[in-house]
Design a protein around this ligand. Structure first.
Ligand code: PLP
Length: 468
């Protein structure tokens, strides 16, 4: 399979290079040149197969004939064997036709494991075969760092350095990163804020000599392989509720638009989807786009669903490319306008097309709390604030007649409630029990170094420890 950039000015690449490259050279994001389509019988036959079997079937067409393809089934099997539920992503009924798709059974209790557990293994496989190594560098305000570390720990071809703001992440979040004992994992606590950490990472990527010498790389959310891995659970969930013969709707707690774009990808591959709800918290750039056609960034406001506190939604460019009939020049024009003025507006026909498949819905902090409380009293389920944003959007879409009552509604449950105990406790008066695997972190020794907010200090720390 070949891949093209959303801005039309970067070379087409094969899967393995897209995996290792991340962002295209023209600043765009990679997408397959054509979307593979799965026949109805193939989709129907997914019923009863294991998650790893379906995952292999859905993803193989994106890889194409290659040494990686030959080993792919075994890599996928290994990526999901550590999830603590036999279904990997179990579906739970919470109403007459309402369901939660639990995506938090991976090692760090949040949905990013679903893609990153595979990504780390794919990186390692391709790099080892090529005799290359990378140094992965990232900044975290708490959650993504641990998912990236769990994905890369112990992998031969990777060193990973994660910067977190010293004293500014929760105990559990820090311990999820710092108790990992593998020698290729390096935690750096920066004397500064998350923004300082991010600025340091950006500066390291902008230092071309340093970047080349250390083969810097990232596993961030614009990586195509992350989107690809997330397409899988849209298939497994829909098929277990009668797909492809019966369309289903999904409500997706959204930040960078990677997860909900994967749902769109599933529909392009032939899965009948009634509607995709783009559920945002009060950082609602996407909800405003689907209402008005205007994509305009604001200032980030903190919420109790912090993994969705974004100003710019990077994967949205992938949808824009399709809405512009895959015209890379046009996408580049819109994105350049966005860089200059912080906004662009699409014409009415494009907005109408977007709204034929999506709907954007926002959820206030009050409604998030009320949804956690109501869900507990009506169903006995404790849910995390991100999931609550999704459930609120689902109810709202039903109320507005956007999704008919006979269409099953699947809300993606993106984090375990125990990852956000304070918000859950404030909302419903109950503290989620800490899973044994999280509680065990409290007794393990931690390993991290504290560095000043100083680029040279961080660079020399990394140079000294990366295996080249
Ligand atoms: C990252 C994240 C999201 C948002 O997913 P996107 O792909 O960025 O839209 C939602 N919930 C949780 C818990 C997350 O970690």
């Amino acid at each position: 399979m070949r891949y093209t950039s959303t801005r039309g000015a970067a070379p087409e690449l094969e899967f393995e290079d897209v995996l290792l490259t991340g962002l295209a050279r023209d600043g765009g994001l990679y997408l397959p040149v054509t979307w593979p389509r799965l026949p109805g019988e193939t989709i129907a036959a997914m019923a009863g197969k294991s998650y790893a079997e379906v995952a292999t079937e859905v993803m193989l067409p994106f890889i194409g004939p290659s040494p990686l393809a030959d080993e792919f089934a075994a890599i996928v099997e290994d990526a999901y064997v550590g999830f603590d539920h036999p279904a990997v992503v179990p579906l739970k009924q919470v109403g007459a036709n309402e369901f939660l798709l639990e995506l938090f059974h991976g090692p760090t209790f949040a949905f990013k494991d679903c893609a990153l557990q595979l990504l780390g293994r794919l990186f390692d496989n391709v790099l080892s075969r090529r005799g290359k190594r990378v140094t992965i560098v990232g900044a975290t305000s708490g959650d993504t760092g641990s998912a990236a570390i769990e994905a890369c720990r112990g992998r031969d071809a990777i060193d990973i350095f994660i910067l977190h703001p010293y004293g500014r992440v929760s105990d559990v979040q820090r311990r999820q990163m710092t108790t990992v004992a593998d020698a290729n994992v390096h935690n750096i606590a920066i004397e500064g804020t998350f923004d300082d950490c991010q600025a340091l990472v950006k500066a390291m990527f902008n230092d071309q000599a340093f970047r080349d010498r250390l083969s810097l790389s990232a596993v961030n959310s614009i990586n195509w392989a992350r989107v690809m891995a997330q397409i899988v659970y849209y298939f497994t969930a829909a098929v277990s509720l009668g797909g492809p013969h019966r369309p289903v709707a999904f409500s997706v707690p959204t930040g960078n638009f990677g997860d909900v774009f994967a749902g769109y990808g599933a529909s392009l591959m032939g899965l009948p989807i009634d509607r995709l709800l783009v559920a945002t918290n009060r950082n609602d750039i996407l909800a405003r786009f689907f209402e008005s056609g205007s994509y305009r960034s604001g200032t980030v406001e903190p919420t109790m669903s912090p993994s969705m506190d974004i100003q710019v939604s990077s994967n949205f460019e992938r949808l824009l490319f399709d809405l512009c009939d895959r015209d890379g020049d046009r996408v580049r024009g819109l994105m350049d306008g966005f860089t200059q003025s912080g906004a662009f507006t699409v014409p009415g026909n494009i907005l109408a097309r977007a709204n034929s498949q999506f709907a954007g819905l926002r959820c206030s902090e009050e409604d998030t709390a009320a949804t956690i409380d109501r869900t507990l009293s009506e169903t006995g389920e404790l849910i995390d604030p991100h999931t609550a944003v999704g459930l609120h959007a689902a109810a709202e879409a039903r109320g507005r007649g956007l999704v008919a009552a006979d269409v099953p509604m699947i809300t993606l449950s993106t984090a375990h409630p125990a990852k956000f105990p304070a918000a859950v406790e404030t909302s419903c008066g109950r503290t989620p029990a800490m899973p044994a695997r999280l509680a065990a972190l409290m007794d393990k020794p931690e390993r991290f170094d504290v560095l000043p907010h100083d680029l040279l200090a961080v660079q020399s720390y990394i140079s000294d420890r990366a295996t080249l």
